[in-house]
Design a protein around this ligand. Structure first.
Ligand code: PNS
Length: 163
């Protein structure tokens, strides 16, 4: 039996906390599809295409069984489309739990055949979020330890005074 999972998120941008979850999920599943949500209600820093390219560069070492794709609409619909029986999400701290619990129950209500698997983020990334990394980069701070190299480069270019 082939175990397929989707790892959905906004990934605006992918952080090292996301990357750590992706690395560990890649070791657990036969196929992992990282899904970048195209959310028309948000105005992201990076387009879905830019985020996909950044994530592909970051997860390339994990192997060809890890794919990256954009999606619209419901996560469970995306999971079914991709033949996935699992949704992977990372938990950084207790503060993440309530919203994630609600999402997991909603997804299971919508699609009982899809289960959610939580991975605890590595301790060193417990503080990290895409929002925080963007704020640091926006004001010229060093984000090398917070995001993959391709993301750090893209943020430098986006926030540079001449760019
Ligand atoms: O990176 P994020 O913003 O925490 O990811 C949230 C995401 C994309 C997983 C969540 O918003 C989502 O699943 N959106 C798709 C719409 C959906 O399926 N909603 C029902 C589940 S709450």
């Amino acid at each position: 039996m082939i175990r397929v999972a989707v790892f959905p998120g906004s990934f605006d941008p992918m952080t090292n906390a996301h990357l750590d979850v992706a690395r560990r999920a890649a070791a657990l599943f036969d196929r992992l599809v990282i899904g970048v949500l195209n959310n028309p209600r948000k105005s992201p820093l990076f387009s879905v295409e830019e985020r996909i390219a950044q994530i592909r560069a970051a997860v390339a070492p994990f192997g060809p069984h890890v794919e990256v794709a954009g999606f619209d609409g419901l996560t469970v619909a995306f999971a079914r489309e991709r033949g996935a029986g699992f949704v992977v999400r990372g938990l950084r701290a207790v503060s993440d739990f309530e919203a994630e619990l609600q999402m997991a129950h909603t997804n299971r209500k919508l699609q009982p055949a899809v289960d959610t698997v939580f991975l605890m983020s590595a301790l060193e990334f417990g503080y990290l979020s895409s929002t925080l990394a963007k704020e640091v980069a926006r004001f010229g701070g060093n984000v090398e330890d917070m995001v993959p190299p391709a993301v750090a480069e893209a943020m430098r270019a986006r926030f540079s005074p001449v760019g």
